[in-house]
Ligand binder design. Structure first.
Ligand code: RNT
Ligand code: ZN
Length: 413
């Protein structure tokens, strides 16, 4: 008997079908962010990353061209199990026939990304880029009191809706388009409403750009604070949630690095599912702040995946990774994070949720605690190994390949 066969029997005694879990996980798309490979820099500017977010570290091998970034992505795709979408940011525009500013970018600037995704059978998600740009005026974009600045960024958002529609048309897969700005202030503001009213109007103008609501899904991502923007964030939790709740077709996006440290997104998932047909997630690992460390198979990651599975909401939650670590091998960072979320989903799919819910409804908290603790030491590793094998990868050799790629490709950049 193999280790997997033995694990399968153990799970079957609890009423869990591990083969079904494996097959299910194979078809759940998770959006792989392009920005782990180059520290969120992109191809449309030479400046540093700004806008309240920061990478730390200077590990060799950062991708500096579209070709390098795509080659690195191919490594990650090869070394990770599971279905992927590719998440592209507007600053990753590819200017083969001349640079244009962000307010006039066009589908043609993303054709290479479309070709890349189509060749690999992947859908695409998209993000306007409201940071790392000289037109971020006094830390503000869509909420700027300077009408010229605000209009520039509205035009950028609308251009991104058109590009999202192009992505959806080309791939046949719906495109999630996420709006996040770092707008806010370092010190105590005198007007908290004005910027929010302007932000609201700006997003309304962006989503008014014609699109097929079934194929282009605009999201609004909230945040609590950013570096240099500690006192006031325009797109706060209440703002983003209220906006999505009052605008048909707009999806709330929760990044689990964007809340106060004792708040947990796992608990917010079912709360939002009670009201929204769809929600979106940025899965990250905040260490003391929104540090965007590589996602691990840790307790809160597991808990988030459990909530999605338990709520039977795998088709209502748009899942995307969002982290950027420049202090370690970037391919490894990408792979560990993607694998961790896959593991969390597999773990969630291998739990006897109905039986546990019944214990709760019967107020049998004694047995519920006992069963939940037992589950923690079931042989998930053997199921994970089998899942990797069935997806054409493994949990042993992938890191050897990362090391080879570092030796032969990354260090020569
Ligand atoms: C920043 C937000 C945002 C970005 C990406 C690159 O705090 O999380 O989602 O990380 O747009
Ligand atoms: Zn995010």
């Amino acid at each position: 008997m193999t280790r997997y066969e033995s694990a399968k029997e153990i799970y079957a005694k609890l009423g869990v079908d591990t083969d079904a879990a494996i097959e299910k996980l194979k078809e759940i798309p998770v959006s792989l962010h392009c920005w782990q490979g180059d520290d969120v820099i992109g191809f449309d500017h030479d400046g540093p990353l700004t806008g309240g977010i920061q990478t730390t570290g200077n590990y060799p091998g950062r991708a500096t061209t579209p070709e390098q970034l795509m080659a690195d992505l191919d490594e990650v795709i090869k070394l990770t199990p599971g279905m992927k979408k590719l998440n592209v940011h507007a600053n990753y525009a590819i200017f083969d026939d001349g640079y244009v500013d962000r307010d006039v970018i066009e589908p043609k600037h993303f054709k290479k990304w479309v070709d890349f995704a189509k060749e690999r059978g992947m859908g695409l998600d998209f993000n306007p880029t409201f940071f790392s740009h000289p037109k971020v005026k006094d830390g503000l974009t869509l909420s700027s009191p300077d009408e010229e600045t605000r209009q520039f960024w509205i035009r950028h958002g609308r251009a991104c809706i058109r590009i999202s529609q192009y992505f959806a048309d080309e791939t046949g897969v719906p495109c999630v388009m996420n709006i996040w700005t770092g707008d806010g202030s370092k010190d105590v503001p005198a007007d908290r409403l004005g910027p929010r009213m302007r932000y609201k109007d700006s997003i309304e103008q962006i989503i008014a750009e014609p699109h097929d609501p079934k194929m282009v899904k605009p999201c609004v991502e909230s945040k609590v604070f950013g570096i240099g923007v500690e006192s006031y964030t325009v797109g706060s939790g209440e703002f983003a949630l209220s906006f999505a709740a009052t605008h048909e077709g707009c999806i709330p996006l929760m990044d689990n690095g964007h809340y106060h440290p004792t708040e947990v997104v796992s608990d917010k998932i079912p709360a939002l599912l009670a009201f929204f047909p769809e929600i979106a997630l940025h899965i990250t690992r905040p260490v003391r702040w929104d540090s965007d460390h590589v996602v691990l198979f840790d307790d809160e990651t597991k808990e988030m995946a459990k909530e999605i599975v338990r709520c039977d909401a795998l088709d209502r939650v748009n899942m995307a990774l969002d982290y950027f670590d420049a202090s370690i091998n970037r391919i490894s960072a990408w792979c560990v994070g993607f694998r961790s979320w896959q593991k969390a989903l597999l773990n969630a799919l291998c739990m006897p949720h109905e039986a546990l819910k019944t214990l709760q409804d019967e107020a049998n908290w004694t047995e519920l605690m006992v069963r939940q603790e037992q589950i923690k030491t079931l042989p998930l590793g053997d199921v994970w190994e089998e899942y990797c094998r069935r997806c054409g990868t493994d949990d042993e050799g992938w890191f050897e390949e990362v090391k080879r790629y570092e030796r032969e490709v990354l260090v020569n950049r």
